[in-house]
Design a protein around this ligand. Sequence first.
Ligand code: ACO
Length: 363
Amino acid sequence: MTESLGVNDTFPRGGRRLSDPAVNAVTGELVGRKAYLVGTGHCVPDRVLTNKDLEQIVDTSDEWITTRTGIKERRITNDQTSTSDLAIVAVEEALEMAGWGPKDVDCMIVATVTPDYIFPSTAAIVSDKLGMNNIPAYDFEAGCSGFIYGLIQAKCFIGSGMLDRVVVLGAECLTKITNWEDRTTCVLFGDGAGAAAIGPEGPGGELGGWHWGSDGSLGDLLELPAGGSRKPASKETVKANEHTLRMKGNETFKYAVRAMRDSCLKALDMDGTPKSEVDLLVPHQANYRIIDATARALELRPEQVYVNIDKYGNTSAASIPMALDEAVRKGEVTPPKNVVLAAFGAGLTWAGMLLKWKEEEGL
Ligand code: ACO
């Protein structure tokens, strides 16, 4: 196992904890604003693909998929629908909950490994279609950890005073890069989008301590081999099915368990919040066994873990914002609540963040 995975113990900015305020050396004033999650939304396509349906496509069984992963069904897009179509609906819902109009948004960030195009960015397409004000809009790719990476960026923008209102999205059409002849991967993935509106004022969930990291030496565990500048699209790459996802699932599994656990614990440590004060875990939904191991590391009871992998499978960067939106709308985030997010994915990447809903600070 690579030394760096999940063990970069030093805090950013020289070991400063979040509870230590930064002070402007000249004026003596406190620097840095808080950032709050004030709206969420999500969208999945209507079409359901069950484990039973998959039994007709590859040599698998509902029993194998359920016991190994916890997945019962997933949603899949049709030929006419792309990532931006799902993203637009998710953003509309998040804006409505936040009470913002499209022209209130200062920046849109989309985490995705399945953008509509390599360029233009899905973020630019979404912000244009929603009538936003020529705002900065960009995609970035951090695998399944992308949504938390996006929250960390939004926290920096808002905390520094650079921007006021940021929309962070995780949006994916993974079934468009699925090899439907490979039973080891095609049973795992689904499509969906989730969005969060982040601003400088509550009420809402304060973006607290975080942890993020990557280890590129393990990149070949989970990859899309062709279509980039290393191996451009050609007749040969199409014939070899190299425009579809490949994963060494078993090896990925053991890193996932450790990285998810360490990301949570380090985010809590940075925040100065003990794990005994965590109320809810909203994990990346890759495999129920990975979720269960993360919950046990935090000593959480099953009802303190939000799980929807049975309905949607692994939707990569979209999985946490989709689950978070469901939890919020079901009333599972009624304040006071400390909610931990944890993710792990292609790169390899990993990330964790604590969201803190204080008393009187519902969404
Ligand atoms: N149906 C039936 N049998 C299957 C299937 C299937 N769909 N897939 C694999 N098998 C077989 C294998 O061929 C193997 O058979 P063998 O023993 O005869 O060779 C057996 O089942 C066991 O295979 P394993 O790969 O060891 O199964 P495992 O228990 O590890 O489960 C899984 C596989 C579900 C993929 C698991 O390893 C996993 O969840 N890995 C982590 C995934 C993850 O976290 N990915 C990161 C995020 S994704 C992203 O970033 C886009």
